[in-house]
Design a protein around this ligand. Sequence first.
Ligand SMILES: NC(=O)c1ccc[n+]([C@@H]2O[C@H](COP(=O)([O-])OP(=O)(O)OC[C@H]3O[C@@H](n4cnc5c(N)ncnc54)[C@H](O)[C@@H]3O)[C@@H](O)[C@H]2O)c1
Ligand SMILES: [Zn+2]
Ligand SMILES: [Zn+2]
Length: 374
Amino acid sequence: MREISAAVLIEGGRSTVLETLLLDDPGPGEVLVRMTAAGVCHSDLHVRDGHWERPGPIVMGHEGAGIIEQVGAGIDRAAIGRQVALTWYAPCLRCRNCQLGRQWICTASPALGHAMADGTTRTTRPDGTPVLTYLSIGTMATAQVVPAAAAIPMPDGIPDGVAALIGCGVSTGVGAVLKTADVPAGATVAVIGLGGVGLSCVMGAVIAGASRIIAVDVNRDKIELAGQLGATHWVHAAADGANVVDGIRTAAGNGGPDYVFEAIGLPQTIGQAIAALPPGGTAGLVGLTKYGEMATFEPFPFVDGGRRIIGSNYGSAVAGIDFPRYAGMFLQGRLPADRLIDRTIGLEDLEDAFDRLREGRAARQVIAFDPTGS
Ligand SMILES: NC(=O)c1ccc[n+]([C@@H]2O[C@H](COP(=O)([O-])OP(=O)(O)OC[C@H]3O[C@@H](n4cnc5c(N)ncnc54)[C@H](O)[C@@H]3O)[C@@H](O)[C@H]2O)c1
Ligand SMILES: [Zn+2]
Ligand SMILES: [Zn+2]
């Protein structure tokens, strides 16, 4: 048992609060991770702002990395001291989807209950109230107990912030392009929304060998960064989005891009992604909407033109395979994920980080933890 500091959400729509919690020892099949870095993803903001209902109190954060400090029964002690990136969707390895190799849509992940596999939590308030951990990893805390299947060892030489981003934004964006859509070399690709996820789609398109990469955002700084990462064309979206569809089509040539990835989660931009497709084109939907929101498109040209829409969860990540692959690509200089980090903050700055993210002012903000773990 040890004391940790953690960003706790009591209820969506209210500010998170920095609390001192008690962290239990890891149980069977669990590991204790001292957190080194945690990214602030827009999905955390969806939860913070109450777009998706989550039970509380809950430790926030689902993009993180750290060092294994303690292991529970059944876990090899050799893991102690290893740097790990955390997956927010620890697979059960038994359900039908896991057996089909589709761990990203596991139907029995402990993450669904924001707790350990046995349904209990290792975090409690000093008065004994159990505190859930977002997607079973609750990374916005100085240390956390997680399912061992969520802790993926990193090769040597990976900066903590990069390991954290591999845990969500990078795998989500790169994987949407390379895995879910399997974009072939020479294809034309547009990406709408250039946050940590969309910029990772851009990096994925570069790795895929796309011939044109069209970056679209309302924010010029994001477009600039996308250009540095390999985007070849850009559309500075007007506030009403009126110039986006034509802008993408013109930049792509051949009537429109072969692939459009939407990485925001707004009905308006989802509509743009579909409308910009030429016959045979594919829209990859990566951004997550508020619960209950609907997007619309005109079916006739969609069907007549043999277009496709694909949903991409977690970039179709099989964390144990893909996290080390992406880390290897970083080491080779092919996946410059460190370029996404434009601000390093403390846990106490989380609400300010949410404000910046809400206004689209940040690419990826990363919480860096004090190495003493205090
Ligand atoms: N599918 C998944 O598995 C998965 C995983 C992680 C995150 N997500 C979702 O992906 C989305 C993006 O996450 P992020 O962390 O990169 O977000 P972000 O807030 O960092 O990035 C969003 C970007 O969209 C831009 N933008 C906003 N409105 C726009 C508009 N109307 N037109 C053009 N650009 C606009 C912003 O300027 C910003 O650059 C979120 O919805 C998040 O929940 C999905
Ligand atoms: Zn995320
Ligand atoms: Zn499963």
